[in-house]
Write a protein that binds this ligand. Structure first.
Ligand code: ZN
Length: 407
């Protein structure tokens, strides 16, 4: 009995594996001795494992509990070994209807095979599909296997595609990050280069290096002043323009350019009167009116002044209320009107801290500047404004005092 019981178990198991869709229904828990608590569902195919210690009245070792159409019969097909008492419900050779795939209905059949070890494998049916022989079951199983393989392949392909997409997105993000970092580094480098270039052009005065102050009086005079500023821009130099107040309104554009390009706008009295011949009130008026005029045009109020003709006395010194800037190199350009002589007067004796006197009114002075500016730059002089040079040399410009150089 035990031997046949095991064979039955094996055969039923094989049938279950091959024809899962066929077997599906709940066991008849109402049958005497079958209690629902004794069954544990182990899968969607309704395969059951009976977990009870005792098989109960309906299930005995090696015995198949069959219920077909309400009959607990069909004990004849287990013709293995010629033992009729083998109560297997498994068909052999495809014969015998409903012995493998047992039809259910209102009374679901069950095939039970006990192994005598306290656990029995039960397969219950109930799909209503009858007479599904082993061949059909095999076909079903093959189809199912093919479908499973197809689904697995599809799932693998989808997963691979998903991973590839994710990897591509990560790579794109990484590249974008890297590009942003490179761009930031490039911009920082460019900013540093521009700062260095600006410093090289004289934006920042280096006190340890020689410098001179080019000063142009009596303007503004655009025909000369703009040439001078063009040349200074080319070499990164700055100059100081001592202007006559009564002229600035007529040449506002040039005065604004001076400010825009970093040159110093300075006071040279309102009407170019010799202040040493004026009284206190006029001295003060000549100075303050000129400052007002320049400030009105360009927005900058001059911080230094130059006395017309350089003339002064104690009254002048006491009443301009501004630092008065003289010179230590007089080109006499107003007198010679000769560019070469002006050039020579500068280049022959210029030293660090010098203040060079020229006049903006004369074309020859403009010509001379076209030589002086490049040559001084070439010699290593920084071309600076009066205020820049005073600061660089440690002078505090004070009202009422005269400055002829910053050596
Ligand atoms: Zn003058």
């Amino acid at each position: 009995m035990r031997k046949y019981g095991k064979i039955v178990v094996a055969m039923i198991g094989a049938a279950c594996l091959m024809a899962q869709p066929v077997w599906a229904a709940a066991p008849d828990f109402g049958k005497p001795g079958w209690e629902k608590r004794d069954w544990v569902d182990v899968g969607q195919d309704n395969s059951m494992v009976w977990m009870g210690d005792s098989p109960g009245t309906a299930i005995a070792e090696g015995q198949v509990a069959r219920a077909e159409g309400g009959q607990a019969d069909s004990q004849a097909s287990g013709a293995e070994g010629g033992q009729p008492d083998s109560q297997a419900a498994v068909a052999e050779g495809g014969q015998a209807d409903s012995q493998t795939a047992v039809a259910g209905g209102s009374q679901p059949p069950a095939e039970v095979a006990g192994d005598g070890q306290g656990a029995s494998v039960i397969t219950v049916g109930g799909t209503g599909q009858q007479n599904a022989g082993p061949a059909a079951a095999q076909e079903e199983a093959e189809k199912a296997a093919q479908e499973a393989a197809r689904q697995a392949e599809e799932a693998a392909a989808q997963e691979a595609a998903r991973q590839a997409e994710e990897a591509a997105a990560q790579e794109a993000a990484r590249q974008a990050e890297e590009a942003a970092a490179q761009e930031a580094a490039r911009q920082a480098e460019e900013a540093a280069r521009q700062a260095a270039a600006q410093q090289a052009l004289g934006r920042t005065v280096d006190p340890s290096k020689p410098m001179v102050a080019l000063t142009y009086d009596d303007g503004p005079q655009p025909s000369v002043g703009n040439r001078i500023m063009d040349c200074l821009a080319q070499y990164g130099g700055k100059a100081t323009f001592f202007m006559v107040g009564e002229r600035v309104g007529s040449y506002a554009t040039e005065v604004k350019r001076m400010v825009a390009e970093g040159h110093e706008v300075a006071n040279h009295s309102m009407n170019h009167k010799y202040l040493q011949k004026q009284g206190v009130a006029e001295i003060q008026a000549q100075v303050s009116r000129c400052n007002d005029a320049i400030e009105a045009v360009c927005g900058v109020r001059p911080r230094v002044m130059r006395l017309p003709g350089g003339g002064y006395n104690s009254t002048v010194l006491a009443n301009t209320h501004m630092p008065m800037i003289q010179w230590n190199i007089d080109t006499l350009d107003w007198k010679t009107r000769n560019a070469q002589q002006t050039v020579n007067s500068v280049l022959g004796k210029v030293k660090d801290g010098d203040i060079i006197l020229m006049h903006e009114l004369y074309g020859a002075t403009g010509d001379a500047s076209m030589t002086i500016i490049p040559e001084l730059t070439k010699r290593g002089f920084q071309l600076v404004t009066i205020s820049e040079m005073a600061a660089a040399k440690g002078y505090s410009l004070e009202a009422g005092k005269l400055y002829s150089s910053f050596r």
